[in-house]
Design a protein around this ligand. Structure first.
Ligand code: PLP
Length: 454
């Protein structure tokens, strides 16, 4: 009789075979070689065969401080020893401290509701927006507008705000009341003109849409400052400012999805801070909030909006709860993560090295297959085309070849876009914000040599 295996032994076995694991985004491919991550240090991870890779996409754009920071591990351990769990129907110190810190970082007074992920942070924002309007005399304001190409998460509400046909088509119809508007995508824009003019026309479409739908029906507009999952689309700052003005004019709440762009990724603490004078009504965050060490989502809401949920003598409270949302260990990790980001001047570092190091990839624009190089801080996209005239997306096989060759050389990069549904012709580079100068040189040399070898 064979002895029973412990849970750890079982999970070790499963890691080796992966036969019972349903991988995210898995599609049938008998030749696929699964990478089994075993350990990580800085920007590098090691697989079960001892191969080392530079993680050029920070996991899923979340490892802002990279792998293996002992200080963060200690913060989680100490918190778990002290108070392993506590619900946020009451208070615990790490959550109170973190909410205060988030408000400070956002540059105005915000109240934060915690959850476990970016999708949940956005779901929470949608519910708050609808309830806010219904409690301020506008119960008809229930619609949400987002942009085509945006990604806002995988749960049904967040997926309904996501506007990439490829990700939605098998799960539609989504939640009612979600509308999509043309994005500020100057490279392929139907508007023509220079990028700023074209972006401002995209903003104008939002205003037209609000008018045509009836402003009394629109609750909120959700946007990432820089569309990441939909092909790294970087609008001019004027676009963000104009959109903020439009939202204000029509009493449409501006929800800024900072799940990817928050915590230094773009060379500001938050992406919206590139656009002077913009102060979103709601800011959602996850990923870089804990640098991926533990799950945590956050929905920060301007205090004057929160006040509507906290009125004397009225039953106006937010009827929403999450068992694990704002877990004490996750909040302790987030606080330590932010402390390190500030102590090590990560935001300035990203702004500087984004220019001097990743900026070297701008020179690839002379290559026939590179349509546009788009970048901000440590977030970079190369839109790959068959040729510059037709702008036809580079085909899947060639895109897979680029990603595969980089991997052979020890660099993990990504591809996304959904430029034409299902066609991911944008190469993604988004390394940990602590990547050394040598790491960044390695990324630039590898991407450049692989693309020039096409
Ligand atoms: N919002 C944006 C902009 C994202 O990129 C993502 C995930 O990639 C999400 C929301 C959803 O986050 P999560 O996967 O933590 O639910």
């Amino acid at each position: 009789e064979r002895p029973m295996k412990t849970a750890v032994e079982m999970s070790n076995m499963m890691e080796k075979t992966t036969s019972h694991l349903w991988n995210a985004m898995h599609r049938h491919n008998p030749n696929a070689q699964q990478t089994v991550g075993v350990s990580g240090e800085g920007s590098w991870f090691t697989d079960e065969n001892g191969n080392k890779y530079l993680d050029g996409v920070s996991g899923l754009w979340c490892l802002n401080l990279g792998y293996g920071r002992q200080e963060i591990v200690d913060a989680a351990t100490e918190q778990m020893k002290k108070l392993s769990y506590f619900p946020l129907t009451m208070n615990h110190q790490p959550a109170v401290g973190l909410a205060k810190k988030i408000s400070e970082l956002l540059g105005a007074s915000y109240q934060t509701f915690f959850s476990n992920s970016g999708s949940e942070a956005n779901e929470t924002a949608f519910k708050i927006a609808r309830q806010y309007h219904s409690q301020t005399g506008n119960p008809g304001k229930f619609k949400f507008i987002s942009r085509y190409r945006a990604y806002h998460g995988s749960t049904l509400g967040a997926l309904s705000a996501t506007a990439q046909a490829n990700r939605r088509v098998k799960y539609d119809p989504g939640a009612p009341g979600f509308l999509h508007v043309y994005p500020p995508y100057s490279y392929r824009s139907i508007f023509g003109g220079d990028p700023e003019e074209s972006d401002l026309k995209a903003a104008q479409m939002l205003e037209e849409m609000i008018n045509w739908e009836g402003e009394e029906t629109v609750a909120a507009f959700i946007m990432e400052p820089f569309i990441s999952g939909g092909g790294v689309i970087i609008p001019s700052n004027k676009y963000i400012q104009r959109v903020a003005e439009i939202c204000k004019k029509y009493n449409v709440l501006l929800i800024m999805d900072e799940v990817v762009s928050g915590y230094g990724r773009t060379g500001e603490m938050f992406g919206f801070m590139h656009a002077e004078g913009v102060q979103p009504d709601i800011v959602t965050m996850a990923k870089g909030l804990t640098s991926g060490y533990l799950p945590l989502g956050a929905t920060a809401v301007k205090s004057e909006i929160y006040d509507v949920f906290n009125q004397e003598g009225k039953d106006n409270h937010f009827r929403h709860v999450s068992t694990y949302g704002g877990h004490p260990a996750s909040c302790a990790v987030a606080l330590k993560n932010i402390e390190i980001i500030e102590r090590e001047n990560i935001v300035d570092r990203v702004r500087e090295l984004g220019e001097t190091k990743l900026g070297k990839l701008d020179s690839l624009i002379d290559h026939e297959n590179v349509g546009e190089v788009r970048r901000v801080g440590f977030l970079l996209g190369l839109e790959m085309v068959k040729d510059k005239q037709s702008k036809e997306p580079l085909d899947d096989l060639k895109m897979a070849e680029i990603v595969g060759k980089c991997k052979q050389k020890g660099l993990i990069i990504g591809k996304n876009g959904d430029t034409v549904p299902g066609q991911n012709n944008v190469i993604i580079v988004a390394p940990p914000l602590t990547s050394t100068e040598e790491d960044l040189d390695f990324i630039v040399e590898t991407v450049e040599s692989v693309i020039r070898s096409l």
